[in-house]
Design a protein around this ligand. Structure first.
Ligand code: G1P
Ligand code: ZN
Length: 546
């Protein structure tokens, strides 16, 4: 086998965003684009870790979208070219993001390359992405992603071993030079981990008793996992999983589990004979949406409810929770639960990578984001199917259905009414100018009023990681009103076209039975005029409200 050193030149645009490097697929298809990025990952890791790759394991897999298999073959050649001891590649190239995290941890790997653009559409004219996960199984922290970017800006060659394409559909081990490449079962590590955390016997009993689940895999990666775990191991009927085959273009859909993009599931969950639990996951399986009969569980509430019941309902958390963490824009529902449990609720910037240090240091057990992300320290990624198993466990132990569980929760803690309004495809310079202007106005905003309520706090969120002391600034503008309501806005770091403004609204009330849109209407109106959306962008209606 020959290792070739190929000359190359830097691409200017390889700085990872909120979650890895995400671009239009055709950008990734440029000759040398993936090679440059992957070599930059290897160079950065080798330099920072001072590690000898011949003693290390690398895991590779993706969400099955268009270009997944091609990118995997390239990575295998580069992994062998860079002298890894072993590369584990998922059968069919299919590995959910949480399963990647589980595989890295259980197999003691150095890290893994996840090929995914998460919930973004797939196809030659849609999106692709690569993310590097480190030894703890979580997304590389900023220190590492910045080092990768720095290497990408001065790269001059990459290493590739020349060997024929590997058949990814057959479990096998081949040796290429000093590298053993094994095609592994993508379900095994993950399913084993779930069976350790949850009481599968309890859940089998739930389904034996006729409980119905409807799970929408949105043509993404979770179909095979859901069929294996819910139907195979827990005995749910076959029809419980819909859109369960991973497709390269997700069937032309936007694989983002919210009420707008999983409308079919939402429709199935209305009516008195709807299943007891409805759920959906995104393209790579880390996001989740939870629905009951005629009822939607907002992600902030889902985190809070799981936190409330974890110790009593889920064996993996029987010892109690060390703490909770949520991203800053996420509703404060979990804070009240943390207070009642006498544990801390940490507030971090947007992006799962900020939870890693807290979990590694034993400071928190559960984490969540408003963007349909929930998870725990069982891995270092958010985990869609885990959240569904949490809800199944709570339903099995507590009874009362999803709506009943929510009602009891709000009765005890009050309710955080929450919405996120996304304005997509904005002109990047106009959006950046708006943020700059608002940053400049923070001092004068404090003490002024928004929708008749005094603004008590106005700041651009800055986070100091209490474990490594690193500081992340400019993480979103947050206005805190006198009645505890919050108005937050930031620009997305995952978009691939123009800018996306995310506007987050929250009001906490004791009454749990109001309509979120009504409660939040005054905050929305106030934010629209404060940001002068119509004037700047010609529109003030969001594209998606979640
Ligand atoms: C979005 C979400 C964020 C999530 C990330 C990756 O990032 O808002 O919570 O961690 O996707 O799934 P954003 O586009 O807002 O930067
Ligand atoms: Zn995702």
């Amino acid at each position: 086998m020959e290792i070739t050193k190929k000359d190359t030149r830097p691409f200017q645009d390889q700085r990872p965003g909120t979650s890895g490097l995400r671009k239009k697929t055709r950008i990734f298809m440029q000759p040398g684009y993936i090679e440059n990025f992957v070599q930059s990952v290897f160079n950065a890791v080798r330099q920072q870790d001072q590690t000898d790759f011949s003693r290390e394991i690398l895991v590779v897999g993706g969400d099955g979208r268009y270009y997944n298999r091609t990118a995997i073959q390239t990575i295998l050649q580069m992994g062998a070219g860079n002298g890894f001891g072993q590369i584990l590649v998922a059968r069919g190239g299919i590995l959910s993001t949480p399963a990647m995290s589980a595989a890295i941890r259980r197999r003691g790997a150095m890290g893994g390359l996840v090929l995914s653009a998460s919930h973004n559409p797939g196809g030659i004219d849609a999106d692709f992405g690569i993310k590097y996960n480190i030894r703890n199984g979580g997304p590389a922290p900023e220190k590492v992603t910045e080092a990768i970017y720095a290497h990408s800006q001065r790269i001059s060659r990459y290493l590739q071993a020349d060997f024929p394409e590997l058949d990814l559909d057959r479990e096998q081990t081949v040796t290429v030079g000093q590298t053993r490449i094994s095609v592994i079962d993508p379900l095994a590590d993950y399913a084993a981990l779930m069976s350790e955390l949850f009481d599968f016997e309890l859940l089998r009993g739930l389904f034996r008793g006729g409980f119905r689940l409807l799970f929408d895999a949105m043509n993404g990666v979770t179909g095979p996992y859901a069929r294996h775990i819910f139907c195979g191991l827990l005995g749910a009927p076959e029809g419980s999983v819909i859109r369960g085959t991973p497709l390269e273009d997700f069937g032309g859909c936007h694989p983002d589990p919210n009420q707008a993009h999983a409308a079919q599931l939402v429709a199935h969950m209305s009516g008195s004979d709807a299943p007891g639990l409805g759920a959906a996951c995104d393209g790579d399986g880390d996001r989740n949406m939870i629905l009951g009969r005629n009822c939607f569980v907002s992600p902030g509430d889902s985190l809070a409810v799981i936190a409330e019941h974890a110790q009593n309902c889920i064996p993996g958390y029987a010892g109690g929770l060390a703490g909770i963490a949520r991203s800053m824009p996420t509703s404060t529902a979990a804070d009240s639960v943390a207070e009642s449990l006498g544990i801390e609720c940490h507030e971090t910037p947007t992006g799962w990578k900020f939870f890693g240090n807290l979990m590694d240091a034993g400071l928190c057990t559960l984490c969540g984001e408003e963007s349909f992300g929930t998870g725990s320290n069982h891995i270092r990624e958010k985990d869609g199917l885990w959240a569904v198993l949490c809800w199944l466990s709570i339903l099995a132990r507590e009874g009362g259905g999803v709506a009943g569980i929510l009602q009891r929760h709000w009765g005890r803690f009050g309710r955080s009414y929450f919405q996120r309004h996304d304005f997509e495809g904005l002109k990047s310079d106009a959006a950046a100018a708006m943020m700059d202007e608002m940053r400049g106005a923070l001092a004068s905003l404090k003490g002024s009023s928004l929708s008749g309520r005094r603004i008590q706090g106005a700041e651009d969120f800055e986070y100091t990681d209490r474990v490594d002391g690193s500081v992340s600034s400019r993480q979103g503008i947050r206005l805190l009103l006198e009645d505890g309501s919050r108005v937050i806005f930031r620009l997305s770091g995952t978009g691939t076209e123009g800018a996306t403004l995310r506007l987050y609204l929250e009001s906490r009330l004791d009454d749990g039975n109001l309509i979120p849109g009504d409660v939040l209407q005054p905050l929305l109106a106030g934010a629209r005029s404060l940001l002068r959306l119509r004037e700047r962008f010609g529109r003030d209606q969001a594209d998606v409200v979640t």
